[in-house]
Design a protein around this ligand. Structure first.
Ligand code: SAM
Length: 277
């Protein structure tokens, strides 16, 4: 009979978040598949656990994945541990879970620390429906396309971001989703210098024009207003365009002014007025 793959979350910054079940599982399995064995050995030392480890990370998953699977199929049990947080959430654990589940191996998830749920719960934005976007694509074109696809997204959005890309991401998000969009930047969650900035995308972009991003970040962004509300705004804005034109403004000027007053896009007002849509 095959063994079980245990998904063991680890603290995202605070060792106090180690759970009894997590420690017991690490103690009981036959071996640990770790994203970075140097990181995991520190955790094991802290817990006083000695256990054989094998490396499983994004650069070796094509060979390490099948090797772990074969050991599971041969009856060994394995704990999958990533550098921090819940395995398989925006890390290579995702592939190992798919591989093992596909081969009929039992996969057991142990609940625990996760940057996504920690940020979402503390943000103070609607949580009933949300979308986890993880890391945005690195490629400029794909990244822009992804952001454009999120323009009308009504659910709260959660992004992971690396510090060296944070400023550019904030600028781009403010540009595409609007500077007034409410957003919460969660930095160094559960750590000594934890910081939660509840403001707007525009303010966050401005803040990180002057400040060097340090640490780890999750960004939570409010969803777009529901369509009906948008339509009402658009109707109001179109009426305003007509009123401004009647006062002698050009279509371009009227669209720009109405867009600023109603918080919608100038180009859209312009196009709708000339009947291009
Ligand atoms: N699987 C992990 C999880 O869900 O918690 C996430 C792994 S992902 C490779 C790493 C990203 O998680 C970081 O770039 C950052 O966006 C986020 N993150 C991890 N720890 C964090 C912390 N303490 N504070 C804020 N963000 C964190």
């Amino acid at each position: 009979m095959s063994g079980t793959l245990y998904l063991v979350p680890t603290p995202i910054g605070n060792l106090g978040d180690i759970s009894q079940r997590m420690a017991d599982t690490l103690e009981q399995v036959d071996f640990i598949a770790a994203e970075d064995t140097r990181v995991t050995v520190k955790l094991l030392n802290h817990l006083g656990i000695k256990k054989p480890m094998t490396a499983y990370h994004r650069h070796n998953l094509d060979t390490a994945g099948p090797a772990v699977l074969n050991r599971l199929l041969a009856g060994e049990s394995c704990a999958l541990v990533t550098d921090a947080g819940t395995p398989a959430i925006s890390d290579p654990g995702e592939d190992l879970v798919a591989l093992c589940a596909g081969a009929g191996v039992q996969v057991c998830a142990i609940p625990g620390p996760c940057a996504l749920s920690t940020a979402l719960s503390v943000a103070g934005l609607p949580t009933a429906r949300f979308t986890f976007e993880g890391f945005l694509p690195q490629n400029k074109k794909n990244r822009r396309a992804r952001l454009e696809a999120l323009r009308e997204e009504e659910r709260t959005m959660v992004f992971y971001e690396a510090p060296h890309k944070l400023s550019a991401t904030l600028e781009e998000l403010a540009q595409v989703l609007g500077a007034d969009r409410r957003a919460v930047l969660c930095r160094e969650l559960t750590k000594l210098h934890e910081e939660i900035l509840r403001t707007t995308l525009g303010e966050l972009a401005a803040e990180y024009r002057q400040r060097e991003p340090r640490g780890e970040f999750v960004l939570v962004v409010e969803g777009a207003p529901p369509q009906e509300e948008e339509q009402a705004d658009l109707d109001g804005a179109l009426a305003r365009v007509e009123a401004l034109r009647a006062q002698g403004l050009s279509l371009k000027q009227a669209s720009a002014q109405a867009a600023a007053e109603f918080g919608c896009r100038r180009r859209e007002l312009y196009d709708l007025t000339v009947g291009k849509r």
